[in-house]
Design a protein. Structure first.
Length: 257
């Protein structure tokens, strides 16, 4: 029995003769919490678009072993048109139709109830009748996370979720994802190796090619061998940013603020 949720095989994608992904292979497994990292322009977003069927590959395949409606997607929040006149509750309900359009939302009583339950769990009941144009980045993130959960997905895909929100909400979001990982696989795209390595179970480095690393502990040497030129900026038990590098002492890092 095939227990993979998704199989990406020999996937190549190019834009205007410029190869962005070359012979990429990746299996997404049940219960995995996969952090996708890599330099800007290395192909992370293209990999997600290929997964979601938004770009056509030159060759290779993306094969789903679960229904597409069981894939939840949290887009980059900066790509949402905040002028769209729709309330929080309706955005969340629109996740049920499987439609890309926010203006289509389920009117079933059960779906409305479930949307309200998700909103309550996310701690945003107080804003459920607000228009999305009035929300902060952190509130938008919560709303669209609720939307992505409306179909009880088996796989949740998040594209750079920490980029447009404050750091307090970012850590709340990661704790919430850890909890959700008990009932679904998660694929999280991020540029921040340090923070996500505290939460994810495995890592995929994407820089034209894809290298799967079956652990959340990754060294600078391994990143180099995967041709993934990123600096690791976290050490110790809690995620923090290295603010200063002391000469003569490689092990002495800046303090958490």
């Amino acid at each position: 029995m095939n227990n993979k949720l998704v199989e990406i095989k020999n996937l190549s994608v190019s834009y205007d003769q410029n190869t962005v992904l070359e012979q990429a292979n990746l299996d997404i497994l049940p219960n995995d919490f996969l952090g996708v990292i890599g330099p800007n322009g290395g192909g992370k977003t293209t990999l997600i678009k290929a997964l979601l069927g938004l770009v056509k590959p030159d060759s290779g395949s993306v094969k789903f072993h679960i229904p597409l409606k069981k894939v939840g997607y949290l887009p980059q929040i900066n790509q949402i048109d905040k002028r769209f006149p729709i309330t929080v509750i309706d955005v969340v309900r629109s996740g049920k139709t499987g439609s890309q359009s926010f203006s289509m939302f389920s009117k079933k009583q059960d779906d409305i109830k479930y949307a309200e339950q998700l909103i309550q769990e996310m701690g945003i009941s107080g804003i459920k009748h607000k228009a999305i144009g009035e929300l902060s980045g952190g509130q938008m993130q919560r709303v669209f996370l609720c939307r992505s959960l409306m179909n009880n997905p088996q796989l949740l895909i998040l594209d750079e979720p920490g980029t447009y929100v404050d750091s307090q909400f970012e850590s709340e979001l990661y704790e919430k994802l850890k909890e959700l990982n008990n009932r679904m696989a998660i694929l999280l795209v991020s540029h921040d190796v340090g923070t996500i390595s505290y939460y994810v179970k495995t890592i995929a480095c994407v820089n034209r090619q894809v290298h799967y690393h079956p652990s959340n502990v990754i060294s600078t040497e391994q990143l180099t061998s995967y041709n993934c030129p990123l600096q690791i900026i976290t050490h110790g038990d809690i995620p923090h940013t290295v603010l200063s590098q002391h000469e003569n002492d490689d092990h002495h890092h800046g303090h958490t603020h």
